[in-house]
Design a protein around this ligand. Sequence first.
Ligand code: AMP
Length: 216
Amino acid sequence: MNVVLFGPPGAGKGTQAKELIKKYNIPHISTGDILRANVRDGTELGKEAKGYMDRGELVPDSVLIGLIRNRLNEDDCEDGYLLDGYPRTIPQADALDGILREIGKPLDVVINIDVSDDKLVERLSGRRTCPNCGESYHVVFNSPEKQGICNVCGSQLYQRDDDREEVIRQRLTVYNQKTKPLIDYYDKAGILVNIDGSNNVDKVFQAVSGVMDKYK
Ligand code: AMP
């Protein structure tokens, strides 16, 4: 099953993906997670990406296209993949199309999780993330059992630099300008499905699973 989980920052793609990969047994490929791991490890890629990420801008297409090409060629993608955070521009989508044709794993479906801007700001500004296992929480809607501590691995939670309000606004502007046009792109390709992402996590999971079940 070859799936793109699409939507603005804060739509809940990462949260949904964590559960979906357990159910469908395919790898979760989050370009944001891959880039953050590189920043944390101080790699060349991480050094190049950090400034863009901290400002809420997109890392250049050439960097992302190389990264995704390598990742999709790994063995664990044999039976499918769940892409999250890629593609984010038309050139990235065109490149993806070419890569998937080369490796013979075309997209089955693009699931767009739709959420209003106000709700996104509320979600992102309250988000707290575990630097170790990537689990995410919300100060009001999904607080950890022990304040500031990850339920899963016990690490101290932090606020991502790009989850500060001024950077959130910039990320949403970038989303609206560069990424949102992909909704039309995939709609024209006949593989887009829209999901209402304003509901709670369980309801959104049911809706997304309902779509993915068709491609099992
Ligand atoms: P995310 O965790 O998906 O919200 O991504 C965090 C940040 O990583 C984004 O704001 C971008 O700076 C960068 N990033 C992740 N995926 C991409 C992509 N496909 N294209 C360009 N930049 C990306």
